[in-house]
Design a protein around this ligand. Structure first.
Ligand SMILES: Nc1ncnc2c1ncn2[C@@H]1O[C@H](COP(=O)(O)OP(=O)(O)O)[C@@H](O)[C@H]1O
Ligand SMILES: [Mg+2]
Length: 292
């Protein structure tokens, strides 16, 4: 560890400070992703709010098509991690690499363009706009539709005409929402609004999708459906998903790797079964009923 430089102040960083270093490899990825670059890697990531260290020594490496869970008690720093990754907050320490590229100096818009999309713990939609218009706002972020055209095998004329309309409908269809395209966002039931947020994030063509408590407020059957859809998104687009979630059935059911955060630090990382049986995790989190 001695040759690792921990940056103690926020940027701007010198070239020397931006140089990449090897970290002791506590990163593991799935077999299928092992020869691909990590989609996201953080090194010594941390942030202080005044005297409060909200996140510290957050080191994680996420495989290209991995579904990762971030769990931990309320106030542990989970949303703050997402705010760091998406540049809502500038880190106090450490670095974030997206496909090997340091996102230092990027803002929320440029980091989204570079491939990180998210949803929020509290729904943020354009209420007065229709479902389709909300998705088109996501699509607007993109410069071309090449990837979607390929995946959906869109006829060639769609590339010329009506392409954003057709792509919006295809994306909505993943969640069975294409027939609600013309409905105003604020007239959707709560669960559907949460799904629309995911579609909108997906429309920005991310390499990694960050979902902050996607099942919050959903009933068990909606949560079940959501689980299937998250896996479907990953399988369809071949992207990574990182989710914060209190619903243990969802987390344990779809995540391949789980990181447990407590007081801003990762206290355990592993497969769902490793996490479930980790005594430290049980004490910090799983044992406390109120967060389950
Ligand atoms: N902008 C901020 N200013 C000051 N403190 C903050 C800010 N954002 C988050 N915090 C604090 O950081 C800690 C972690 O919060 P958060 O990331 O929202 O937790 P979680 O999502 O795990 O419930 C909390 O103590 C919270 O009050
Ligand atoms: Mg939170």
């Amino acid at each position: 560890m001695s040759d690792i430089k921990v940056v103690e102040k926020p940027g701007p960083f010198t070239e020397e400070e931006k140089k990449l270093v090897n970290v002791p490899s506590d990163t593991f990825v799935t077999e299928r992703d092992k020869d691909k670059p990590l989609v996201l890697e953080t090194r010594h990531l941390g942030i202080d709010f005044g005297g409060l260290t909200a996140v510290d020594e957050f080191n994680i490496g996420i495989g290209a098509t991995e579904i990762t869970g971030l769990i931990g008690p309320n106030g542990a720093g989970k949303t703050t991690v997402f705010n760091l990754l998406t540049k809502v907050y500038e880190p106090t320490r450490g670095s974030i690499l997206l496909n090997g590229v340091d996102t230092h100096g990027m803002n929320p818009a440029s980091v989204n363009q570079a491939g990180i999309a998210r949803t929020f713990q509290n729904i943020r939609l354009f209420d007065k706009l229709t479902v389709e218009e909300n998705v088109k706002i996501g699509l607007h972020n993109r410069t071309d539709y090449g990837m979607f055209t390929g995946i959906f095998r869109l006829p060639k004329y769609w590339k010329e005409e009506k392409k954003s309309h057709e792509i919006a409908l295809e994306l909505l269809d993943i969640f069975g929402m294409a027939d609600q395209a013309d409905v105003r966002a604020d007239s959707l039931p709560y669960g559907a609004q949460r799904r629309l947020e995911i579609v909108r994030a997906l429309a920005t063509d991310p390499k990694i999708l960050l979902l902050d408590e996607p099942a919050a407020g959903m009933n068990p059957s909606e949560t079940e459906e959501l689980m299937k859809n998250i896996a479907k998104i990953r399988d369809t687009f071949g992207i990574a998903v990182m989710l914060i979630e209190h619903d243990m059935k969802l987390v344990m059911g779809i995540c391949e790797v789980i990181a447990v955060l407590n007081f801003g630090k990762i206290i355990a990382k592993g497969t769902p079964s490793e996490i479930r049986s980790n005594p430290q995790v049980i004490e910090a989190y799983l044992g406390s009923k109120k967060d389950e």
